[in-house]
Ligand binder design. Structure first.
Ligand SMILES: Cc1cc2nc3c(=O)[nH]c(=O)nc-3n(C[C@H](O)[C@H](O)[C@H](O)COP(=O)(O)OP(=O)(O)OC[C@H]3O[C@@H](n4cnc5c(N)ncnc54)[C@H](O)[C@@H]3O)c2cc1C
Length: 390
């Protein structure tokens, strides 16, 4: 049985020929250097830091950053190619660890950091010498960011930080954590600031490496801060203006997650179409049974709807327009769709889908995080409700 075309012809704007050349190179890198290790790194609950150094060598950690800091001088559309293609590595945890470094930890330093901070943190992060994490969530506050309790008290020359963070991707390995703190206790949204907290600072420790349903290759940690002195020069952006930083960061994080979901669905559909064409039951390929054919059709619709919305949001975002509604819609639709597509793919694989060997069960476990991380589905709907004036 010949393989049907699952994907529309490329390039699809905002991507152009240059981006498709980059896509081919990244796809080759992912297929040759990441995917073969996916199972091993999932089992080890860790991927080696050499992944960062190798990606730095290839220029992939700094696609959107200026050459002045070691970047490639590209833009978000170049980074979008990477976000989409990384999901083909076959390990959500690996993609998440790299994604946290590139997509959420370094962007605020680029956008809000001083030149000194860019030289001390951004440049080595682009060079793969320092690994970053973003620490916002706490045991008592996730969706409700204003409710964080980690307190940074002003002292001579800097701040004294006390509190904890949880669910922090790259939390164990990070050389620096872009950390949300309260600088004004009663300030709510207006009392938030960001500090660059570095590995080795006295009183800063990893209190726990967390076990998870999926994303096994990534290290997700609980962090503790006990009278950690953070010098003034590590304040990122303005004091008490941290909420703007969070909001600015969310847009790209959510868009990158949507792109990852599109890449994941694309890969899963391609594999499932091939499987359904080869696997026979009752005298014909299972794809020739209407029930299976309809499942595949629905999966293709979910992929295409997510892709269209995500690329639309990306076009607006990359063009410098306000894309809050479109990014939120893309995040909401794509994350739930990626999980549903993975679950249907498992069903179509039958018993094989439940086995580790086919790696579909891992996609189901890994994609379950999408409707929770980077802002839950419920929070996305709240944002969209507000956009409707409700
Ligand atoms: C594997 C993993 C990696 C992560 N990585 C990071 C990271 O690197 N850095 C970081 O800072 N955080 C990280 N997170 C945290 C993540 O962003 C939060 O889990 C997420 O924002 C939800 O917060 P919460 O878990 O505290 O849930 P809660 O906010 O307690 O929500 C619990 C439930 O209540 C619902 N809810 C909350 N508010 C409302 C409302 N107003 N209306 C309706 N329903 C509501 C939620 O949607 C959810 O269903 C990670 C999480 C996981 C699981």
């Amino acid at each position: 049985m010949s393989l049907p075309q699952a994907a529309p012809p490329r390039p699809i704007p905002p991507f152009g020929d240059e981006h498709e050349t980059l896509r081919e190179a990244i796809r080759r890198f992912v297929a040759n250097e990441l995917r073969p290790h996916a199972q091993e790194w999932e089992d080890a609950r860790w991927f080696p830091n050499t992944v960062f150094t190798r990606m730095a060598e290839l220029g992939y950690l700094g696609l959107k950053y200026p050459e002045e800091y070691g970047g490639q001088g590209g833009d978000h559309v170049h980074d979008a190619v990477l976000a989409e293609e990384l999901s083909r590595c076959g390990s959500g945890g690996l993609a998440a660890g790299i994604g946290a470094h590139i997509g959420i930890a370094t962007p605020p330093i680029w956008k809000f950091g001083s030149d000194d901070q860019k030289r001390r943190f951004l440049a080595p992060a682009i060079g793969g010498e320092k690994i970053g994490a973003l620490g916002i969530s706490e045991p008592g506050a996730g969706s409700d960011v204003a409710g964080i309790r980690t307190l940074a008290r002003r002292v001579e020359g800097g701040y004294l930080v006390n509190g904890s963070k949880t669910f922090i991707t790259n939390g164990v390995r990070a050389d620096f954590v872009v950390t949300a703190v309260k600088t004004t206790e009663e300030g709510g949204h207006q009392g938030l600031s960001f500090l660059l907290i570095e590995k080795g600072m006295e009183g800063f420790s990893v209190s726990k490496k967390l076990e998870k349903l999926g994303w096994h290759a990534s290290d997700t940690a609980e962090l503790a801060f006990q009278d950690v002195f953070v010098p003034e020069e590590n304040l990122l952006g303005e004091e008490n203006k941290g909420f703007y930083l969070i909001m600015a960061n969310f847009q790209w994080e959510r868009l990158a997650m949507a792109l990852g979901a599109v890449g994941s669905m694309d890969a899963v559909l391609e594999r499932t179409l091939a499987f359904a064409g080869e696997r026979h039951a009752f005298g014909r390929p299972i794809a020739k049974h209407q029930a299976i054919r309809h499942k595949l059709a629905e999966m293709a619709v979910k992929l295409e709807a997510s892709r269209s919305l995500t690329y639309h949001a990306l076009r607006l975002f990359a063009g410098g327009q306000d894309a809050l509604r479109e990014v939120t819609e893309a995040k909401l639709l794509s994350q739930r769709s990626a999980y549903e597509v993975a679950d249907e793919a498992l069903q179509i694989h039958g018993g094989a889908g439940y086995m580790r060997e086919y790696a579909i069960e891992r996609v189901v476990r890994d994609t379950r995080l999408g409707p929770i991380g980077g802002g839950t589905d419920e929070v996305m709907r709240e944002i969209l409700g507000k956009q409707l004036g409700l």
